[in-house]
Design a protein around this ligand. Sequence first.
Ligand SMILES: [Zn+2]
Ligand SMILES: [Zn+2]
Length: 828
Amino acid sequence: MGYDFVSIEKKWQKRWEKEGTFNVEKDSSREKFYCLEMFPYPSGALHMGHLRNYSIGDMLSRHLLMRGKNVLHPMGYDAFGLPAENAAIKFSTHPNKWTWDNIEHMTDQLKRMGCSYDWRRRVETCNPNYYRWTQWLFLQFFKRGLAYRKTAPVNWCESCGTVLANEQVINDGHCWRCSTPVVKKNLEQWFLRITDYAQELLDSLDDLPGWPERVKLMQRNWIGRSEGVRLSFKLEGLQTDIETFTTRVDTIFGVTFLALSPEHPAVEEIAALSPEGARIRKFAAECMDSSERDRTAAGGEKKGIDTGLVAVNPANGEKVPVWIANYILMEYGTGAIMGVPAHDQRDFDFAKKFKIPVRPVITPPGQNILDGESMTVAYEDDGIQCNSGKFDGLSTSEALPAMTEWFAENGWGKREINFRLRDWLISRQRYWGAPIPVIYCDKCGVVPVPEEDLPVELPLEIEMKPGENPLAGADNWKKARCPRCGSEGTRETDTMDTFICSSWYFLRFASPWTEDAPFEKDDTDYWMSVNQYIGGIEHACLHLIYARFFTKFLADLGMLKVREPFRNLLTQGMVIKDGAKMSKSKGNVVDPDEIISRWGADTARLFILFASPPEKDLDWSDQGVEGSHRFLQRVWRLVETNLEGLKKTSSDTVPMSAITENRCRDLKRRIHYTIDRVTRDIQDEKQFNTAVARLMELSNTLGAFSPKSPAEWSLFREGVDTLLVCLTPIAPHICEELWEITGKTTLISLEEWPVIESEALVADTVTIVFQVNGKVREQFELPAGMDPEEMKKEILSRPEVKSRLEGKEILRVIPVPDRLVNVVVKNR
Ligand SMILES: [Zn+2]
Ligand SMILES: [Zn+2]
């Protein structure tokens, strides 16, 4: 019999499925462990990144199951989204059909990997039984004023034909999905008030020691808390004051202009007052058409227009010109800034271009006052105040509180905490998403769909056309009675951002069958939070912030006990090949199906876990895959060649105290050392690659052992059992098969993780003789099997040895392992 992985893998997958081996129920008598990998978008086929993510999660789940935990390990599909619409147009199919076909295909693929999911709990976000609750959650936000509509300059992706949330504008102003530069449009849209949670989202990052620092830092920066002063400038001739926010009120005497964002609501009023009105309007419109990236890139071209109006600096009564500038964005701060070219680089670039004066008010420590005329860059660091009236001579750290206080006393401004985080824009002008459950009525305005009428189902009879929202043309579907007055209204045709669907799916896994709530509190009280979450770092400021926000909101509704969804987070590295990320355009894609067909799922899993620590990039190597396969072949042969003896030997173990022979004591020690290290590598260090390496070592030791007596067979059997049990989370199919072949009737997947015999970990000692020129001088007890160099160092460090060698010239030191150290000294 050879290692026939094809039939072995099929056989055990069937058996696990039939017996419901990994089905799980809540059980308050047992400690739970919730292990979750970020669920995939059903794009059609798994890629290597998926395979890596799920191999890591499956290894952990299986390991903890064997450690006696009640493990929840579910899988589902993030199934709404634009690719389904694009595919539908391209292949003349329906997004619904395309998505469900993909879901079934990818489920088959995942089953071929041998993952230990409780498949009964599968959720699909495009299933009406799921998105009904997504809509219900929207209504809860709406009821509490946390979902609202407003007109705002929003991010628009021309290629996707929809608006985007700020978090979805990445890499300097590009669409997260299709990389098209994003432009601004003024549109009325739906938002969720995530900013209400900004402070808590920031503070509770400190309660997440199990998250990578890098992810927490990215979230902190994204939330972007800053303390400063909100102050208003009076514009001559204008009714309303212009508000600005600054974290550097200490530079107020350096203000030489005021600049407004082209989207600023006062622009129209200013245009009406100004003789340059037409030019101002034209300029503002042009700015809004260009991408955020072009407008804000450091060193990007600064554009502006002088409105001809002047503003009054409250600190000194000085009149400064009012400009409209392309680099000011409406959604950060107040959409207007006090221009301090001497101490802000972008203001400096702007001032230089438009010949606006530069007035330094901060002097670098230990230097002369700067000269605005000759400065070539802004000075943005701390220093000593100058040109600042009564504040001259103060350091930045003294000036900031003093000047803030002075502003407050005079009523010019107030201390304010500001966040970079903006409310979450959640409406999308797309079809394949959860419809926003509201109806517009001419009499009643915006009316929520009553909860009992949910779900508002997506109409399936629609016509897909490029660049259009089919819902907008679905006239029959759009017509709806107003729930409040009964007159004819119109449904909202925007659907929800798919990131809403994924903001609560981890809760649905706890109660996937519940029909009268999104989840049962009993279930989530038991299962939440997720003990280990595994996914890509690209979600740091997207899904991982949104899911935290939802969890906090649901906790505030009393629906959840926890306020954080994910206790521990592991962000796995990418899978690369030939030095680059796998991609079709580079032609370096390895297809998981092909690997599994050719080498088996166990080999694929083993290679993925062995080739690299999980958080590092994994360099795909065909030789590495072959090497992993050879290791499994060796394990197979180890059992095969010793099968008769193994079958005759029971699995009862012999304690260390009953073992006398040295080679047996060594093997016993190796077995328990392996258990100890593999357990720690997996659990504490998440260094699965070294865990695999230690199992390879144990396999080698066993291969060289050749048992002879019944006592040796007993020990050998302990070694083989240990190897198979510890290898199961990594390569489960082959371990099940070998377990069965050696006479076991139970599933190894449900076997208990081996217990360490602490006595077996203690190293034996041997007597080491210390000689000088071949004559015995001292004796020491040292651990057996010490490395010769280590032994030499240890002996030479002993005080007795030092005193015997004092004043002597050492010619050579000869260590003989487990026996002696001889020092040759020069004879006088
Ligand atoms: Zn796009
Ligand atoms: Zn009405």
